[in-house]
Design a protein around this ligand. Structure first.
Ligand SMILES: *Cc1c(COP(=O)(O)O)cnc(C)c1O
Length: 229
């Protein structure tokens, strides 16, 4: 299958999931996760009309982004170390992976220095997996007022990575819990948040049925990632 075929198939599946949930297809956007793929692949995807790309490592993004069309938007979807925050702010339009008050504070400081406001999502480890980053839901609710007090951070929503499973139905409760947690956050903030970033190649249809506004898709679009040596 070509990239164009993959994109068409993906868009059809996203539209069907929206239809099943009675949602407007325009309410779900695609973040094309290009980690592990070269700039040429990004350019080919950009030619097909994809405008938002996701990367999970600052170092890889720093090498790749300058070789890609300047009109594209880039989202950081992987764990961000505090010593990479400055680079991340120059590279990315949104950070999906804010998972501690410490990291949020560092982003706020760097944003202040560069006179910027940074749209962020708060990453939640809904299933409590020891191998994954992300806030414990209770910790997030406790720290939310302090996160919200950081003037340079624009908290736009929540993000999660569900546990891997061959049967996406099994992670439906994870997506549902993220949606419910978003409602609790909105009560604390006294304002709506726009985004639920949830759903990857193996589980995006269930995520859309449960309210995802952004799906982060790598493999279903670009195929298997080339093995690193
Ligand atoms: C790699 C990655 C994805 C995309 O995963 P696929 O299964 O290839 O679609 C999405 N989100 C994050 C945080 C990732 O690291």
């Amino acid at each position: 299958m070509s990239l164009a075929d993959n994109l068409k198939a993906l868009q059809d599946r996203m539209a069907s999931a929206c239809a099943r949930a009675g949602r407007d297809p325009a309410s779900v956007s695609l973040v094309a996760v290009s980690k592990g793929h070269p700039p040429e692949t990004v350019c080919a995807a950009a030619d097909l009309g994809i405008t938002v790309f996701g990367e999970n490592r600052v170092q890889e993004a720093k090498a790749k982004i300058p070789l890609c069309p300047g009109r594209l938007k880039w989202h950081m979807v992987g764990h961000l170390q505090t010593n990479k925050v400055r680079d991340a702010l120059t590279l990315f339009d949104m950070i999906h992976s804010v998972d501690s008050l410490h990291l949020a504070t560092e982003i706020n400081k760097a944003a202040e220095r560069s006179s910027r406001f940074v749209p962020v999502l708060l990453e939640v480890n809904v299933a409590g997996e020891s191998t994954k980053y992300g806030y414990n839901p209770d910790t997030l609710l406790a720290e939310l007022p302090m996160l919200n007090a950081l003037p340079r951070l624009e908290i736009r929503g929540l993000m999660t990575m569900a546990p891997w499973t061959p049967d996406p139905e099994r992670v439906r409760p994870v997506f549902r819990r993220l949606r419910e947690l978003k409602e609790k956050c909105e009560e604390i903030l006294g304002a709506p948040m726009e985004h639920l970033s949830m759903g990857m190649s193996g589980d995006f249809e269930v995520a859309i049925e449960e309210g995802a506004t952004m799906v982060r898709i790598g493999t279903a679009l670009f195929g298997e990632r080339p093995k690193k040596d």
